[in-house]
Design a protein around this ligand. Structure first.
Ligand code: FAD
Length: 511
């Protein structure tokens, strides 16, 4: 047999049979679920190790609409998941006090208005602004008006219907989501091992990971390892020494203090992010509690002061002791190195302003599944995976940063620091383009497409100088009437929607 035939045969043999996932937080169980279901035809032997004594990070309640596609791919029934995780529906995020104190806007999962004469709706709104007409985006968006009125029902399937112009996500208990996925995985043959890993053994020549060794001496070998061990990065950092790209220079918040409380009013179908003197505070309503957390920059406020401020802004007394967390915003320089890929907090963390933690986990799993090695040598798969993750992280970083710099706030050292810092070139270009022409650098895939950027620009009072010339076909005299008619269509449609609480009662209220 010639050597070329031999190498063809070798390359054609499935490279990976045995996968070891280190960590059973949201990242670990989502990865196990993705691999055991989508890659079921490969008959992988999947083992997940987690340590109850170490525990999970225990935060992460708000999601992006992409999670629905992930769950759907796995064949998970939405109502069963909502019940099991005590979830509410999420139509977007309300940002309070960001552009300036007193402002409020919602970044929705959906469109604003409709293109008129093939020209984006927001160009007409820019014109309205210049004419001194009311130009807040809210009234032209179904999900925003539904959120403001505590309404919810799934989008209409007829794309001609204005009630089809939005998406939605969940606000859920991420711990319960991990439990739900654990059952899903165990039913599909994933082995769970409880125990603390004390040692990691590498091949002396290649440096590839060969096995992890537990406290009780048990050793788990694998062809491929997924590091879902959280911030500590047991494999990717502590074993493979892959450096971390620290983005605190751009996104300086590095701590959070969190506590849950009871809801003082009806369940709202949106998350709230209120800007504060040294960071911002979230409010995430679930069926059984409201999650709250102050994300702050330790350079500008002490832990004690941040905790007092967070507790002072709760709508009801906390249900548990406040919990403090530390983090460094950034990304692993390469999340896939040798035979190990880092997914979740071990691969990087961007602060939770736009609920991107679980989204980035999902993107990592999707990319891993697409690049899953089919040959014994997989340099190109690895390279492509790392390239895709870099794009994703950078895009999210720029979008988060936009919220901090599109502001006129200068009322505290934190805000003065943010508004005086240099921007990454990629964001500077996006903002320059919008400010002068009203055009948005938009992406075909991934999160945060055009409406997301528009909501922050307009919501934080950045109105472009120029407009698309196509919008000029409409005379000034008819513009107000046109805008009113769109607002009316939206409000009439929203009036027909169910109440959010009533919809949960009907479909998925936990017992
Ligand atoms: P972890 O939850 O830390 O899990 C690590 C796992 O590794 C655990 O099971 C642990 O037992 C195991 N482990 C570690 N070391 C060992 C060892 N030696 N031996 C055995 N097992 C080990 N994301 C969102 O999408 N929405 C949000 O609203 C949101 N809010 C957030 C707020 C804050 C303040 C923070 C910090 C994060 C937030 N996130 C949010 C991100 C989200 O929490 C995480 O992305 C998600 O929980 C995934 O965590 P993980 O599974 O990577 O790590």
């Amino acid at each position: 047999m010639s050597s070329s035939t031999n190498s063809f045969k070798t390359d054609d043999t499935p490279a990976i049979k045995k996968v070891v996932i280190v960590g059973g937080g949201t990242a670990g169980w989502m990865t196990a679920a993705g691999l055991c279901s989508v890659l079921a035809p490969l008959n992988l032997d999947i083992t997940l190790v987690e340590s109850e004594a170490i525990g999970t990070v225990g935060v992460g309640e708000a999601t992006l609409p992409h999670i629905r596609f992930f769950n759907r791919k796995l064949g998970i029934d939405e109502n069963a998941l909502m019940k099991a995780t005590k979830a509410t529906y999420k139509l977007g995020i309300e940002f309070r006090d960001w552009g300036k104190i007193g402002d409020s806007y919602i970044h929705p999962f959906g469109d604003f208005g409709f293109p008129i004469n093939r020209c984006g709706f927001h160009h007409y709104l820019s014109r309205a602004h210049k004419m001194g007409l009311p130009s807040h985006l809210d009234q032209y968006s179904v999900p925003v008006m539904a959120a403001r009125n505590a309404k919810f029902q799934p989008p209409h399937s007829d794309t001609e219907n204005v009630l089809s112009t939005f998406g939605y996500a969940y606000q859920f208990d991420a711990g319960l989501y991990a439990n739900f996925l654990r059952k899903f995985c165990e039913n599909r043959g994933v082995t769970r091992i409880e125990g603390r890993i004390n040692e990691v053994s590498q091949n002396k020549e290649s440096g590839e990971i060969e096995c992890v060794i537990l406290e009780n001496g048990e050793s788990l070998t694998g062809d491929f390892f997924v590091d879902c061990s959280g911030f500590r990065g047991l494999l990717i950092s502590q074993t493979l020494n892959v450096p971390y790209r620290n983005w605190t220079e751009h996104l300086p918040c590095d701590r959070a203090v969190v506590a849950a409380c009871s809801a003082a009013g009806p369940e709202l179908p949106y998350t709230r992010a209120t800007a504060k003197s040294s960071g911002w505070q979230w409010r995430i309503p679930l069926q059984h509690r409201v999650g709250n957390g102050y994300v702050y920059c330790s350079e500008f406020i002490s832990d004690q002061e941040a905790e007092r401020s967070m507790l002072g802004d709760l709508e009801a007394p906390p249900n548990s002791e406040p919990k403090r967390l530390r983090f460094t915003t950034g990304q692993r320089q390469k999340s896939w190195v040798k035979n190990c890929v880092a997914i979740g907090l071990s691969g990087g963390f961007l602060e939770p302003l736009e609920s991107t933690g679980i989204y980035l986990i999902q993107e990592a799993i999707t990319n891993l599944i697409e690049m899953f090695p089919t040959q014994t040598s997989y340099d190109v798969d690895r390279k492509e995976y790392n390239r895709l993750m870099d794009i994703e992280f950078e895009r999210v970083r720029d979008f988060l940063l936009l919220h901090y710099v599109a502001t006129t706030r200068s009322d505290s050292p934190f805000w003065r620091h943010l508004t005086s810092m240099d921007l990454p070139a990629s964001l500077k270009h996006k903002m320059d383009l919008f400010k002068s022409t009203g055009r948005v650098v938009s992406y075909e895939i991934g999160a945060f497409k055009k409406p997301s950027w528009l909501s922050v620009y307009f919501g934080q009072n950045i109105i472009p100088k120029g407009v698309d010339p196509l919008s000029l076909h409409m005379p000034d005299s008819v513009l107000p009437e046109q805008l009113n008619s769109v607002a009316k269509t939206v409000s009439n449609a929203v009036a027909l929607m169910s109440g959010h609480g009533a919809y949960i009662d009907q479909e998925c209220r936990a017992e």
